[in-house]
Design a binder for this molecule. Structure first.
Ligand code: NAD
Length: 245
């Protein structure tokens, strides 16, 4: 018996990377998983379906209100409920390097639109569906970089952590908790042995290695458990101790 038996979980950004692994782990824990991504998530959904019950591929753009509304309608039509939303879709490549003086408008806007507005849109459309059953677990994904003020990645992820607190306050009356997971440098299963500069990246960690998607999932599993009903508005840092310094 899995801890998410019969529950419906939406993971955004699930076509590849960490989101793809989260979907698989939720399925193995008994959930029906809706894998949402801008890119076609069919192969990721087939992979997740091997681990557990029914998994659906849903092409969706989290930055687009109509697309997110259609995603939530699909959850209602297929399953009649939504229990868990993982706002994992996000961008990081090239953002830290661009800094502040050099970043162009397009990249700056794209970072805010996906990392912040994308999570807001999904929250706005998910809460009414969760509220129908007076139950929900929402986790936004931040990063160890949220403490950096010198680049768009850190700034958007800092905004995600602050926004989590506001979301928790507004959604709480409906039995919905909203928390945030802040991962350190972590690799998804397919890339575990391929990180080129892992040594340099983990220099600031207390636990001197790259994290695994499974270790991040343990944080999600905890925050999304029915028993975690009195934890809301919090950020859980799963980062090999990097933020302890
Ligand atoms: N990988 C890490 O070490 C690490 C560390 C800290 C935080 N994070 C965070 O974890 C999350 C996942 O990271 P990752 O490394 O797996 O990223 P990734 O780039 O490998 O995957 C992101 C996924 O999001 C999808 N996506 C992009 N725009 C979208 C949109 N508009 N609508 C729907 N889906 C969209 C992409 O198609 C892709 O499948 C991100 O929020 C990232 O900031 C990652």
């Amino acid at each position: 018996m899995g801890i998410f038996d019969g529950q419906v979980v939406v993971v955004t950004g699930a076509a590849r990377g960490l989101g793809r692994d989260y979907a698989k782990y939720f399925a193995a824990d008994g959930a029906h998983v809706v894998l949402a991504d801008l890119k076609e998530p069919t192969s990721a959904a087939a992979d997740a379906a091997k681990a557990g019950p029914r998994c659906l591929a849903a092409q969706a753009d989290v930055t687009d209100r109509d697309s997110v509304a259609a995603l939530m309608r699909r959850c209602r039509d297929e399953f009649g409920r939504l229990d868990v939303l993982i706002n994992n879709a996000g961008m990081w490549r090239g953002l830290a390097e661009a800094g502040l003086l050099g970043i162009d408008d397009e990249l700056w806007d794209a970072a805010w639109r996906l990392n912040v507005t994308g999570s807001l849109r999904c929250f706005q459309e998910a809460v009414p569906l969760m509220a129908e059953r007076e139950y929900g677990r929402i986790v936004n994904v931040s990063s160890i970089a949220s403490r950096q003020g010198n680049n768009a990645y850190g700034l958007t992820k800092n905004a995600v952590e602050q926004m989590t607190r506001g979301m928790a306050i507004e959604a709480g009356e409906h039995g919905i908790t909203v928390n945030c997971l802040a991962p350190g440098i972590a690799a998804f299963e397919a890339a575990q042995s391929q990180l080129p500069n892992a040594d340099a990246m983990v220099a600031g960690n207390v636990v001197k290695r790259v994290g695994a998607s499974r270790e991040l999932y343990e944080g999600l599993r905890y925050l999304c458990a029915a028993e975690s009903s009195w934890i809301t508005g919090q950020t859980l840092r799963v980062d090999g101790g990097a933020s302890a310094r």
